[in-house]
Design a protein around this ligand. Sequence first.
Ligand code: SF4
Length: 427
Amino acid sequence: MSGPAMRHMRTKVEEQFVPMLDGLRAEALPHGRLLAGGVQLLIDHYRETFRVMDERSRKICWYEFSLTPEIFLAMGVHPFLGESHPATMALGTPEVCWEYVDVAEESGVPTELCVLDKFLLGALLRRELPEADFIVTASAPCDSSRIGYQMFERLVDAPVFRLDAPADDSPQAHAYYAAEIRKLIGFLEEQTGNRFDADRLREVCEESNRATEAVLEIFELRRARPCPHPGAVSNSLYQAMLNSLGTPAFTRYAEFLRDDAEEAVRAGRGAVANERHRVLWYYTPITFDFEMNAWLEQEFDSVVLTDLLASSLRQDPIDTTSVDTMLCGLARRGLEGTMGRVRVSADKLIQRFLLDYEYFGADCVVFPGPVGCKHVWGWIGLLREVCRERGIPMCVFDVDWMDSRVRPVESIRKSLEQFFSVTMAAR
Ligand code: SF4
């Protein structure tokens, strides 16, 4: 295949995301004012990726969940989080997901593998991933990604660095992972020829702390009744944070949303005029149903407070006193954010779930269990028992959160309709 890599994505950015941004800015699309900043960050991230790739002006690192971008930014590397790419590529075009999943399965990958890894493999075979100078991956969050990265490594002519991620979230576990990040710094120095500069890392961490402080306040404000922003806003914030944390542009977006939520709470304005149900959407959003949040709001006066992935954005600041404290903060942030969060025992996950349920003042749980995420299914069984004992209404269904052929939108909505019109109506 000739021509530049990521041809499809280059076209998608200019022909889909740019007009979408115009529509949001003109308020021709719902919640345009609140979502435009997230789409702008997405466009900027991809345009910068294409530019760096074409000019080879600095090194590109393809990295995985269980790490955050600060260390790469501090080392002068362009960070590209592989796991955020599939959902962006398939946004509004689910057939793109079907194509890459089919390409992966035709190349011999078992159908049971997580859709993220099948999608990434298909995209890699179609040259729809950046031509990375190196890959950085960890032993978390799951078996599927462990197999996935072994496959990717065989196809990419680039060195791979692996971090050993502990299956715990104690201070000792964070210190262990911090030592792994210290080894990563040595690898990045070798690959880039750049020397590690503690002051530069401090600058980036301070920038990301400003953003995470605003994000924490946003979540605090989402506890208000009525919840000030629709579910779509927390999705947008999560996606933007994955790609842009540590940049001033992301901080500005987070602070804008924080100020807007503050004003809405002060005015008693909610995402849903007559908020009836407060939903804890535990685990992944349905990437091919862009209208899901709006549908729940309109049909059942129900607001999605957060999903599990976005809820992991509530992070304490990184202590910038010394290199050790910064690496510990980065370790905690990497391990406990995104899907890295599900690497711990079911008991720990249940404890966190109960804290989240109470913190947000939710009155029900929707748990779409991804078919490829086997360890999560083990957890769901135990969580169901806990919810039954405590009288927490829970709607569980199996789904492939990116491949709409496994369970189409109509079937998902049917399950939700039954839950809200039967279980929740009786409360
Ligand atoms: S959805 Fe589950 S199986 Fe897939 S990458 Fe995330 S943790 Fe792994």
